[in-house]
Design a protein around this ligand. Structure first.
Ligand code: UTP
Length: 475
């Protein structure tokens, strides 16, 4: 066993040996004092008990993921409101949501700990300059939405931002250098999620990123549940009853949507989700399903061919409630009092191609050469009371930035923003010039500080004199 001075380090080193992972000290003799300190500090952040449980069950976890889906039914989804009765129910939900917002019961929880590999942007995804005219970042756009909410409801609102070890410092310093985009520092809570070692599946051994660094990956967006649990005191301080959960990649998110909150409240739910209707059977989206009596998200790879293609009489897909990872979470569920047993999230494994160090040389994989462990927030569903699934209009609420180009890219996301704003302008009586494909001819950008809904824009426009034949930038 390697020799270390402090009792704290000795305990951590012993954990490494107990887990049969002593190869992580393979380069120990070559390391300087500072590098040794860094390696030990990194090791100290790892929950080895959890890691051993996961690494020991790789095959079992995989077969869990492929559980049969023969007894599936579509989960109930509250449809987009069209009938008078639905509109009435929606209005009741909105009123309940507005009341909760006015009472200051709502906090915002942003998950921004992902690695954004598909986008390939250097830096945290929230720092991506997305807005069509100003080039404002995703973080700024969300901050402005929150500022607008605070002005509207006149309540302070905690904003939890889950980062990861890889992007925490950069995220914080980005907010610092932008003076939190006008939000008070005391209302923003950065919290890095836990990281877990990436392993070589052939030997079950932790891979090294360098001689003094393990290869780690964030533990999935399900890591947010632990962060919420750890934020119990803050939630109590604000009197937060509901957390509005959203992802960093969707600028169209209807932040703290009162209708969504209201359904959650009126149906006494602990975990609510927004869904958009899946359009074609092949679309790769997780679906809200009933498995027996339990609601859960079934991944696209898990769903059978029959279910995938089944259609209703009107031609719509039967299994169509596509998960867009926007939720309301009751704090009484995630952060009950101290005495409650904290629940443990299940893990899934992902195989990815990574670069790592083997015998002092960098090895770059093109085929998946590693296994990592991720938990998914929607895995709480089977444990929650009255889960609500509310349909959202895809064009108005969902345009994620995932890829560098093509579908779900910055270009498609910008286009969706422009289309939404054009629709708002037209509803306010402004004639928006459109091209032969029906797309707005000019770029449009409306800061949430001016308006973050069609109604707000109509009211705001009384003070503006717009020339719709030009680029429209309201801020
Ligand atoms: P994605 O599943 O799109 O993953 O995350 P990603 O890491 O951002 O991107 P790729 O797959 O590497 O291209 C969906 C949301 O969940 C957050 C992301 O930041 C994003 O808001 N997330 C994901 C975390 O906060 N932590 C994680 O460990 C994974």
């Amino acid at each position: 066993m390697i020799r270390v001075e402090s009792a704290h380090d000795q305990v951590n080193v012993a954990k490494v040996y107990e887990a049969n992972q002593e190869q992580v000290f393979q380069y120990w003799d070559e390391l300087g004092v500072e590098e040794r300190r860094r390696l030990l500090a990194q090791i100290a952040t790892i929950d080895f008990q959890e890691f051993r449980r996961l690494a020991g069950h790789i095959t079992q976890t995989e077969s869990d993921d492929e559980e049969g889906s023969s007894l599936l039914r579509p989960a109930e989804m509250i449809p987009l409101a069209t009938t008078p009765l639905q509109l009435q129910e929606r209005a009741r939900a909105r009123a309940a949501g507005v009341e909760s917002l006015r009472n200051g019961e709502v906090g915002i929880f942003l998950v921004a700990g992902g690695q954004g590999t598909r986008l390939g942007f250097e830096g945290p995804k929230g720092c991506f300059p997305l807005l069509p005219i100003s080039g404002a970042t995703l973080f700024q756009h969300f901050a402005e939405k929150i500022l607008a909410l605070k002005r509207l409801y006149k309540k302070s609102m905690p904003w939890f931002i889950m980062t990861s070890q890889a992007n925490d410092e950069e995220t914080r310093s980005f907010f610092r250098s932008n003076r939190n985009f006008g939000l008070p520092t005391s209302d923003i809570y950065f919290q890095p999620q836990a990281m877990l070692p990436v392993i070589d599946p052939r030997y079950g051994k932790i891979l090294m990123a360098s001689k003094s660094e393990l290869l780690l990956s964030p533990n999935g967006h399900g890591g947010s549940i632990r962060v919420m649990q750890e934020s119990r005191d803050t939630l109590e301080k604000y009197g937060t009853k509901f957390l509005f959960y959203h992802q960093v990649d969707n600028p169209l998110v209807e932040m703290a949507d009162p209708v969504f909150l209201g359904y959650h409240i009126l149906r006494d739910s602990q975990f609510s989700s927004k869904a958009v209707a899946k359009q074609v059977p092949e679309e790769k989206v997780g679906l809200f399903c009933l498995d027996g009596e339990t609601t859960r998200v079934v991944e696209y790879s898990e769903i059978g061919e029959v279910e995938q293609n089944e259609r209703e009489e009107d031609g719509r897909l039967t299994f169509r409630a596509g998960n867009i990872a926007c939720h309301v979470v009751s704090t009484e569920f995630v952060a009950p009092d101290d005495s409650a047993e904290p629940f443990v999230m299940p893990y899934h494994i992902a195989r990815k191609a990574v670069t790592f160090l083997r015998d002092g040389e960098e090895v770059t994989g093109t085929d998946p050469n590693s296994v990592r462990f991720e938990s998914f927030i929607f895995d709480v569903l089977p444990r929650t009371r009255n889960p609500v699934v509310l349909e959202a209009d895809r064009a108005r609420e969902f345009a994620p930035v995932k890829n560098a180009e093509g579908a779900d890219s910055p270009a498609s996301s910008r286009q969706a923003l422009i289309s939404l704003w054009a629709e708002w302008l037209e509803a306010a009586g402004i004639e928006v010039p459109r091209d032969e494909n029906g797309q707005p001819k000019n770029r449009i950008e409306i800061s949430p500080l001016v308006a973050d809904s069609q109604e707000q824009l109509t009211a705001a426009l009384e003070e503006w004199d717009l020339d719709p034949s030009k680029t429209i930038h309201l801020r």
